[in-house]
Write a protein that binds this ligand. Structure first.
Ligand code: PRP
Ligand code: URA
Length: 210
């Protein structure tokens, strides 16, 4: 498993505004979208391409195009939905599948309440979107779900991670083709399973309390 923490002043700047408790929902949503596009650039560094020959107005030349089968982008509902547009802006030909997961706020265990994904993911490059990697339970369950459908190559994109959750996911997928791209690794998880300093509840800040 590989972990890549994006190190860019624009990402740190946008993250600082995102973390601010006084940042209102509309600004929060725009920032998640902008951060996602910056992280998507890092996360698609190894997207599979194949040679493609075209004719310019002057000469024939060979470049590349995204390989078939097309990559699959999987936002984890709800909060991952806020990252979808930023991702497909960079990868417009990707297909999109959905996984709905909710963490029990007492036990911190995730449950999967919805799924709309192809049955066979073998040979598909999969990109999982979830802004928060806290205990790592939700992300580990999502990655395992994709592996169970035959995926061999999964890249997860998260805005913030706690070191404890990151270590748990690394342990679970040691030796697998999994890459995690992160905006930042924070200090720790608190006793309620929240990332510290974090940004609070990403789903609630994007879409309101449920
Ligand atoms: C949040 C977040 C992750 C999960 C992270 O979702 O978006 O999916 O918690 O926590 P974990 O690493 O400890 O599993 P939540 O369950 O609150 O659902 P929501 O996106 O619908 O708000
Ligand atoms: N989920 C969130 O939205 N925020 C956290 O800090 C932890 C889990």
């Amino acid at each position: 498993m590989r972990v890549h923490v994006a190190d860019h002043p624009l990402i740190t700047h946008k993250l600082t505004v995102l973390r601010d408790k006084d940042t209102p929902s509309p600004v929060f949503r725009s920032l998640v979208d902008e951060l996602m596009t910056l992280l998507a650039y890092e996360a698609t560094r190894d997207v599979r391409v194949e040679p493609h020959t075209i004719q310019t107005p002057v000469a024939e030349t060979t470049g590349v195009r995204i390989s078939e089968p097309r990559p699959l982008v999987v936002p984890i509902l709800r909060a991952g939905l806020g990252m979808l547009e930023g991702m497909v802006k960079l990868l417009p030909t990707a297909e999109v599948g959905f996984l709905g997961m909710a963490r029990n706020e007492v036990t911190l265990e995730p449950t999967t309440y919805a799924e709309r994904l192809p049955d066979d993911l073998s040979a598909r490059q999969c990109f999982v979107l979830d802004p928060m990697l806290a205990t790592g339970g939700s992300l580990a369950a999502a990655i395992q779900f994709l592996f169970d459908r035959g995926a061999q190559d999964v890249t997860a994109i998260c805005i913030l991670a706690a070191p404890e959750g990151l270590a748990a996911v690394e342990k679970a997928f040691e030796g697998h083709d999994v890459t995690i791209v992160l905006g930042a690794v924070d200090d720790h998880l608190n006793e309620h399973g929240y990332i510290v300093p974090g940004l609070g509840d990403a789903g609630d800040r994007l879409y309101g309390l449920v």
